[in-house]
Design a protein around this ligand. Sequence first.
Ligand code: EPZ
Length: 417
Amino acid sequence: MSKYIINGCNKIEGTLRIRGAKNAILPIMAATILNESISIIHNVPCISDVFVMIRILESIGCKVSYSEDTLIIDSSNVNFNKIDEEYVRKMRSSIIIMGAMIGRLECIEISHPGGCAIGARPIDLHLKALECLNVKIEEHDGVISCCRQYLEGNEIRFERTSVGATENAMLAAVKARGITKIYNAAKEPEIEDLQNFLNAMGAKIKGAGTDYIEIEGVDKLDKVEYSVIPDRIAIGTYMVASAMTGGRLEVEKAIRAHMEPISNVLTNAGCNINYTESGLTLIPPKKIKTIDFLKTSPHPGFPTDMQSQLMSLMTLSDGITIFFETIFENRFMHCKELIKMGADIKLLTDKICMVTGVESLCGGKVKSTDLRGGASLVLAALAAEGETEISDIYHIERGYENLEEVLRSLGADIRRI
Ligand code: EPZ
């Protein structure tokens, strides 16, 4: 299994170019099933989750080509209605294909994605949303079968906000008969990107980015060409790398409204962040300031996908920070690994931990536990004294394109073995 070897204390500085968001491209790739035509998508990141989704689309009959940063997907001949268990096991977010599949075919089957390292990840909200749209759902031996004669627009009221369930509801409603009204919708920027992609195909959706989304069903969707929004979480991760190592960073493309929940917190930690015409610059603090308390929340709150990266930053702050993880039940697995590198972290409950800043971190042997937890270890290694070996880096490579090359271009002493 591959590892990263990082020698710390180099400044991470220079100009960052980041491509499209993982959490935007995955539902957009699922949506290409709906137009029974060609979709050309630009700014697509070269990450392993995209390749899993390509294999899923090919397994049901799509023709897919990917070169440079452009995906071309031909969904004219979707002729298979089952998503193989191996794909769902490999990438649980493949459940996002369910809404698009049932929007295209009368009966589909997909295995239950189950949980992952960070939590049980139930899909009850996804299934209730589809049932609202006249889908009959049965579950046998871990396989979910969804059938409908036709999709009927309806009101969907989510009792809790869910990014994936909102996306599945949108995908299934696009070609339903009549109007679908989604209440308590998730408001993440990636949902807005999905709306814009679907509307570019000829869908009639409005309200994404707010908690109310309205969809007027259409009979047909057309070919489309689209470019995916930048990855706010990947950008935030590199911003933390520069803040931790005293480097000055320029981000070529970043959308202010997407970044502010992250940049506001980094500003409180002492960073000087200025937004430019198309991106932003970050000047690091001399000493990282504690932000006292950080609670993760759905957008526009502080994103759970940046919690572990911010924790790395706070390990070198001038005080104590309390972290409250409200979205997932097991998203502190990186704490024990950071402690191995000299961080002072105390788990108060399974959702609350206390981080006391130390003068410096030391290199060591650590193991990546999940995508964003692994990223927090890379950040700690970049700032630590000495050499760090990070194993199980396949987790990290699911969501960060060319991490090793990007960091090396910004001054890191990193190699992959
Ligand atoms: C998306 O996951 C993202 N993944 C996650 O990013 C992100 O952390 C999460 O949204 C929250 O922003 C993708 O977009 C591919 P949820 P998703 O449904 O849709 C509970 C990363 O690191 N819930 O908003 O699965 C659930 O257990 C990944 O890039 C139910 O109870 O997240 C969780 O506690 C990690 N029933 C909460 O809601 C359901 O039916 C939020 O989950 C669905 C979810």
